[in-house]
Structure formats: structure tokens, C-alpha cells
Design a protein around this ligand. Structure first.
Ligand code: FAD
Length: 300
């Protein structure tokens, strides 16, 4: 090897003529140059890998509101709509950790500013846009803002916000107790887990609503259940029994329903809840009574 480097260099025209060096020094120079070359190439490869691996920067700012354009509004039920907002470029990501939410600012019917939290149902694997599913209450202040929003309007958003921490495989199974629009963080987490072939976490969702028609994202949830029968199970509960055949629950979510459809208390499970305040309180009482410790419970 040493001979070859010396030989290669001494065969080159210009080093020999410009810098007439003895063979042993020429070899040192050759080794130094080769080392510099290899180090530079290695550094370039590492830098390129790091650049490609680096998560793209998100579009949210936790300190100030950023405006996003409403590009699509789709009716889901009589008082729920799906809103798609575009990000600055087709490859931009929102930059929202799984299970976190954003704060949206709007004006109520009196023109007063109002800020409320919402959980996008999209993930950072969705490029160029994010989506919200929003229930609009007749007297709700932010509901008024969303009701009045048309495609082309802008929404002011700040974030991300949230306490939930998700790492693939952090528990063996999640039990999920959702009511109404409380499905949004559950849906986001379910997507993150089911779309990651390396994450084998099992999901057991109990989803409560008033009527069958009020169940939002039902089509998507049913697709999860049929596509991932070993990983995702959903049990719907309605307060008003449907007239057609119904294999879900009727009434309020009970202790017995949780025992039948959620993982039993254990060190490697967690029960998540998100719904109206009354439901959250009732679920906490049931969970305590069944024996889930506070570490096994999380409220979004
Ligand atoms: C972390 C988090 C994430 C959320 N994500 C979503 C989401 O993705 N989609 C979504 O639609 N909402 C979501 N919400 C709820 C949302 O923040 C607002 O509370 C909701 O949109 C009502 O706001 P409002 O200003 O219209 O109503 P407000 O002016 O606050 O309330 C006025 C009236 O509306 C009715 N009302 C309001 N909230 C409820 C309720 N939960 N159940 C029954 N009646 C109610 C009551 O009659 C109330 O008196 C989330 C809440 C939290 C805490």
C-alpha cells in the first residue's frame, strides 16, 4: 500500500515538478491528503444523513398566533364539521406531538375574542395540511366562529400544548374512554400507533354518544377495527338506542362496560379519557373503583 501511494504520486506530473520531494516525504504527504479526503467524505456522509433524518420544522409557534387558511369544510353531522387548513408549502408539517392540541382564536357573536383548545385529527405524516373536527354548540362562543368560517378564511392558531407523552410501545395496551368530540385525541393516537408497524400496542376504545348519528369518525374507526382486528377494538355506546339491530351499549358508560372492554389494571396499561366534564368525572369514579391507580389513568 505504502509503495503504491508513493508510486502513484511520483508518477504524477505536477507534484514532482512543483514540489520536488524525496519519496518518503512524498508518501507522508500522500497519506495526509488521503486522510483529509476520507475524513471530508465521511463528514459529508454523516452530515447528509443527519440532514435527511432531521425532523422537518413545524409551522406552530408556542409564543404567538399563526394564521392558517381554511381550504376545505365538510359537513359531518348536523352540528359537526371537518375543517382542513393548508400549511405554507405542500411538504410542510404542523409539528404537533402525538396527543397534543392547539389553541385556536376567534370571535364570538358579540365580536369578543375567544380562545379554545382543539386536537387535530391529522399527524405530522400528513404533509401540507392539518384537520380539525369541530362540534358547534348553539350558544358556544368559539362554536360561533367556526360556524361562520368559510373556505378562504384564516384561523389564528398557537401551540403545541399538552401533557400527554407518547413513545411507541410505552405500554402493552391503552384503554380509551371517549365522549363526543373527545374522540379527537384518541383518533390521533390510534392513527400514530396503527400506522407504525413497529408499534404493537393494543387499543380498546369505548366511544359514547347520544345517538348513532352523533358518532363522528365512525367510518374511519370501523376501518381500523376491520384492518387491525388484533390491535384495535371499538365498542360504541349510545344513550338513545337505535331502532335497528345494535350490538353496542345503551345508556351511560358503566363500570361493567369498562371491565368487559378495557384491559384490566396492570403496570403496563393505561386508561385514557376525554369527554364532557360530567363524563370524565363519572369515568374517574369507575376507574378508581375497578382498581386503576392514578398512574394508570390519564385525562386529556
Ligand atoms: C384538550 C382539548 C381538546 C379539545 N379538542 C376538541 C376538538 O378536537 N373538537 C371539538 O369540537 N372540541 C374540542 N374541545 C372542546 C373545545 O375546546 C370547546 O370547549 C368547545 O368547542 C366549546 O367551545 P365554545 O366556545 O363553542 O363553547 P362555550 O362558549 O365554552 O360554551 C357555551 C355552551 O356550549 C355548550 N357546551 C360547550 N362545551 C360543551 C361540551 N363539551 N358538552 C356539552 N355542551 C357544551 C354548553 O351549553 C355551554 O354552556 C377540546 C377541549 C379540550 C380541553
Amino acid at each position: 500500500m505504502e509503495w503504491r501511494i508513493v508510486n502513484w504520486f511520483s508518477n504524477m506530473e505536477f507534484p514532482g515538478t512543483l514540489f520536488p520531494l524525496p519519496d518518503d516525504m512524498l508518501n507522508d504527504v500522500a497519506v495526509a491528503l488521503l486522510t483529509i479526503f476520507i475524513t471530508t467524505v465521511a463528514a459529508a456522509v454523516v452530515a447528509a444523513r443527519l440532514y435527511l433524518k432531521k425532523k422537518p420544522k413545524g409551522c406552530l409557534d408556542p409564543e404567538k398566533f399563526v394564521e392558517f387558511k381554511l381550504v376545505k369544510r365538510t359537513k359531518v353531522t348536523h352540528n359537526v364539521a371537518r375543517f382542513r387548513f393548508s400549511l405554507p408549502t405542500p411538504t410542510s408539517v404542523l409539528g404537533l406531538p402525538v396527543g397534543h392540541h392547539i389553541r385556536c382564536r376567534g370571535n364570538d357573536s358579540e365580536g369578543e375574542a375567544v380562545i379554545r383548545p382543539y386536537t387535530p385529527i391529522t399527524l405530522d405524516s400528513d404533509l401540507g395540511y392539518f384537520e380539525l373536527v369541530v362540534k358547534m354548540y348553539p350558544k358556544g362562543r368559539m362554536s360561533h366562529h367556526f360556524r361562520e368560517m368559510h373556505e378562504g378564511n384564516f384561523l389564528a392558531v398557537k401551540g403545541p400544548t399538552g401533557r400527554f407523552k407518547y413513545k411507541p410501545g410505552q405500554v402493552r395496551a391503552f384503554g380509551m374512554l371517549a365522549g363526543g368530540t373527545g374522540i379527537t385525541p384518541m383518533f390521533q393516537l390510534a392513527r400514530a400507533i396503527l400506522e407504525n408497524p413497529k408499534d404493537k400496542t393494543n387499543l380498546h376504545l369505548i366511544y359514547a354518544n347520544h345517538t348513532l348519528e352523533d358518532i363522528i369518525l365512525k367510518e374511519e374507526l370501523d376501518v381500523f377495527a376491520s384492518k387491525f382486528p388484533n390491535h384495535f377494538k371499538v365498542y360504541y355506546v349510545v344513550t338513545q338506542a337505535p331502532t335497528d339491530a345494535w350490538n353496542g351499549g345503551v345508556g351511560h358508560v358503566s363500570k361493567e362496560m369498562i371491565q368487559s372492554h378495557c384491559p384490566s389494571p396492570g403496570p403496563n396499561i393505561q386508561i385514557l379519557r376525554c369527554g364532557p366534564a360530567g363524563m370524565n368525572k363519572a369515568m374517574a369514579v369507575h376507574l378508581d373503583a375497578i382498581g386503576y391507580t392514578s398512574e394508570m389513568q390519564f385525562e386529556f
